[in-house]
Each structure stands twice: as structure tokens, then as C-alpha cells.
Design a protein around this ligand. Sequence first.
Ligand code: FAD
Length: 307
Amino acid sequence: AFDVLIIGGGPAGAAAAVYAARKGIRTGVAAERFGGQVNDTLAIENYISVLETDGPKFAAALEAHTRAYDVDIMNLQRAEKLIPAAQPGGLVEVQLANGGSLKAKTVILSTGARWRNVNVPGEAEYKNKGVAYCPHCDGPLFKGKRVSVIGGGNSGIEAAIDLAGLVAHVTVVEFADQLKADAVLVKKLHSLPNVTVITNAQTTEITGANGKVNGLSYKDRATGAEHHVELEGVFVQIGLVPNTEWLKGTVELSKFGEILVDAKGQTNLPGVFAAGDCTTVPYKQIVIAAGAGATAALSAFDHLIRN
Ligand code: FAD
């Protein structure tokens, strides 16, 4: 059995693995795709001490750093079920999609999250070529340009307010007949001079030319009329979905499906910790996930020496 078994090999899982291995304990990582979301990222400019890198390079560095230690990396392995320890101090079991099963004294869940797509023509084609999901990450790339934010919930309106300070103009496109964000955010949004809000609007296409976004088409749901807005960027803000479906019923989750953790990364199950985008941690970023992974590994080690 492993001392620490980490499920997920993104920044959180890799950091947890390095921290655990450096304690000289038996460490394993099972990941569907080592590197995680970072694999899909173009430029990374906010990982402190690294001025600029790109996703694949960062993912390769995560793996190289993890492989420099005695860590059992099981890549391309999807966890399907977690079975808590039968008695205090017992082993936690994780069952894999390939039929195998892993046992460990402690488990760190770091399965990350995925952005919900709008699923319209152009979204996949222009991803990272004008279609973006993270305003903290990609906002500065659109300095002085025109962008749209799809989604009028809290994350969409926060993104619109944030982007309005950087870009020339923001068009918010909301499917429902009114914005769903908190009133204080909506009030702030309406106070900004360079924002247009369009409600009752169904995005039908993200258009582009020469490999770059050049606009967004939407249907007015009241009249059925089609409209087109010219712009250079589209931020899709209709939800970040944690990869925790497989934990439902065993680990305590928030109403958004995030694993509930305390400041030490402890879940409701003894010996089971969690870190990164799959948890209730505020703000989903690489540097934050890596820090949370380190925290979870140190907490797991603390648990081991006390049990
Ligand atoms: P993830 O990176 O999501 O990794 C999750 C891991 O778990 C993966 O290995 C995955 O394969 C695995 N996994 C999932 N389910 C299972 C399962 N059932 N069994 C086994 N393994 C599983 N952040 C920044 O700080 N700066 C940026 O510039 C930036 N740009 C971004 C651009 C894009 C396009 C995207 C999508 C995100 C960006 N982010 C950026 C956010 C950042 O990538 C995430 O915050 C970070 O990767 C979270 O790390 P994580 O380890 O928690 O999860």
C-alpha cells in the first residue's frame, strides 16, 4: 500500500507528490492526463518567478520535477470509486477504470476542474485564438481590444468588471432575461462606461478569420432576430465544473460539486485530503493549486505520523 496516493497529476497533484516524496514515504500518483489543464494553456505569465512559459512546457516541467523523486507515476489512469477506510487508521481504496485497485494510508484528491463550454460553432476552433476562459490569465492579452463575456452570473460579471479596466469595450451576453449576478456586482457593472449588456440573447456562433476571432453572433430570444457583434475576444464564463462526479456520496461536496476542505486540505473523511481546482479553495489558479497541493501533502504526512 502507498503511504500517500494522489489522484490527479495537475499542478496540485505534482506539488503534493514532490512534497510527499521528499518526506521519504511511499508516494504514488494516478492521473488521467498528467499536467492537467495546463496542457491546454497557451501562455502562462503569472506563475511567480517564471516570467513567461507555455502550457506544454510547464506540464513537462511538472512531470520532470515529479520524476526526479521516487514517485510511482501511473499516467492515463482514471479513478472511478473511492472506498473509505473501514476502521480508523485503515486503508483507503481507490478503484480504477481499468479494473485495478490501489490502496493507501492517505489519499490526496486533486482531480481539478473543467470550464463549461457554450458548444457553438467557432468555440473549439478559436480556443486560445481569441476564445478564452480565464480573465486572470488571459485578460491582459486583450488590452485595448473589444471582447465579449458570455454569461451573466457572478463569474461572468466579475470577469466583465475586471476586463473593462483592461480592454476597450466589453459586451456581456446573457441567455436569461436578466443578469443573475449579485446586485452589488450588477450595479458596479452598470457604472462602467465601456460595457454593453445584452440579455435574452442566445450565442449562436463565434466567428473568425485568418485563425483569429472577429466576432460573435447571437439570436434575440424575444424576436428571433440574428445579430452580429465585431470583437477580438470572447470569454466563456458559464461555469467551472469540478471533476468530482465519481466522489458523490462518499466525500462531502459543496452545492457546486467542489470537495469541502479546511485550511489544511482535510476532507470529511479521515486520511483523505484534497487540493486545487476540485476543492472549495477560492480562486482557481496554478500557483494556488500548487500551494494547496503542498499543504495537502504536509497534512497527509502529519496524519501518518500521528496514526
Ligand atoms: P488540473 O490542472 O485540472 O489537473 C487535474 C488532474 O486530475 C489531471 O491530471 C487530470 O487528468 C486528473 N483527473 C481528473 N479526473 C480524474 C480521475 N477521475 N482520475 C484520475 N485523474 C483524474 N492558471 C494560471 O494560474 N495561469 C494561467 O495562465 C492559466 N491559464 C489557463 C488557461 C486555460 C485554457 C485553462 C483551462 C486554465 C488556465 N489556468 C491558468 C487555470 C489552471 O490551469 C488551473 O487552476 C490549474 O491547472 C489547477 O490545477 P489542479 O492540479 O487543481 O487541476
